[in-house]
Design a protein around this ligand. Structure first.
Ligand SMILES: [Zn+2]
Length: 341
């Protein structure tokens, strides 16, 4: 199986994020990718640097003004007096502002608040090339899937919290969404996106909310007590043409393997008839993760891989979260071994 990776993805090194009111070192680190890459090598995967995708492939998901902001914002930020090392918002447009005619400010400070959802997505000059390479890998994995073969995109930075015009939760470009659109462009009639990161894939849900040709199903910690806090409830079923094609399976803290695997199985079936799969694979559901919420074991990840493999559809496996660099390589091995048998 091919694994898509580009060393430039290591250059994105976000420094800080806010957690419970404390400034902490950002845990979406290059070391995560190093650990996953070592696992790919140990499994004998064919590690390939993907060709850089063009703007049209990104615009299938993302707004042009947002793409310009990610690429050009850091230079404008660096030109400000007394600026910090990376772009972090100090204001976001509130629902009241938006209802009353809020407009995008032409200043970089205004743009950062407009184009980000939270403080967990600091942006520096290195962010854009790394995010572009990660999205390119997801696209390349989709191209493999279009040929009927499973593929893995070692996507870092991850993507599933990124909306079409908003970064958030360590995510900038929605790699899984770009892959799903690529599959549609390559002839898949209907694509299913299964998200088993422990956090709700809110950005992916947002991208495909009104779509019937790309179904989305997410298994995650209950947003009543877990990021992204506001969405990810079972009642969110899609809108317009997409009504009934969005499926959320929130689980309580400490669910464990049996409940998680039942939800993964059910989520996969809820996608209905699809020609190809994109799997947003995060390892933060693991019992050994710093954010452990769902208490899933390594064996659970192997069983999840079996469930995906048994679907009998080619799948683009796109990396999302998972932050314990001591274990994520082993969990990738478990999942992939389960999937391909
Ligand atoms: Zn996550």
């Amino acid at each position: 199986m091919k694994a898509f990776w580009n060393d430039i993805q290591l250059t994105h090194t976000p420094r800080f994020f806010l957690q419970r009111g404390t400034v902490r070192p950002n845990f979406e680190t290059p070391a995560r990718a190093v650990a996953l890459l070592a696992a790919c090598r140990a499994m004998g995967m064919d590690i390939v640097a993907p060709a850089e995708i063009d703007r049209a492939a990104l615009m299938a998901v993302h707004a042009p003004a947002y793409l310009d902001f990610l690429r050009d914002g850091p230079a404008a930020w660096d030109a400000m007096l007394e600026h910090g090392p990376e772009m972090v918002a100090n204001i976001h447009p509130t629902p009241e502002m938006l209802a009353q005619g809020a407009r995008l400010s032409p200043t970089v400070v205004g743009e950062v608040g407009w184009f980000t959802a939270d403080t967990s997505c600091p942006i520096a000059a290195e962010t854009w090339p790394a995010a572009l390479a990660a999205a390119s890998g997801a696209c390349a994995a989709a191209d493999e899937v279009a040929l009927g073969r499973h593929a893995y995109a070692l996507a870092r930075p991850p993507g599933h919290h990124a909306y079409p015009a908003r970064a958030g939760g360590h995510c900038y470009l929605n790699n899984a969404a770009v892959a799903a659109e690529r599959l549609r462009a390559r002839g898949a009639g209907r694509v299913g996106v299964l998200d088993i990161d422990s956090h709700h894939g809110n950005g992916t849900q947002g991208a495909f909310w009104e779509r019937a040709d790309i179904a989305f199903a997410s298994v995650h910690g209950d947003p009543g007590g877990y990021y992204p806090w506001y969405v990810g409830h079972a009642g969110e079923r899609g809108g317009g043409l997409g009504a009934g094609h969005n499926h959320n399976f929130p689980l309580p803290r400490g669910s464990g393997d049996a409940a998680w695997l039942e939800a993964v199985s059910y989520a996969l079936r809820s996608l209905g008839q699809v020609d190809a799969l994109v799997v947003s694979l995060g390892f933060d559901a693991s019992v050994d993760e710093p954010l452990s919420f769902l208490s899933v074991t390594a064996d659970g990840f192997a069983r999840a891989g079996e469930i995906v493999g048994a679907a009998g559809k080619p799948a683009a496996i796109v990396q999302e979260g998972g932050y314990n660099t001591e274990i994520i390589g082993g969990l990738l091995h478990s999942f992939m071994t389960g999937m391909v048998g």
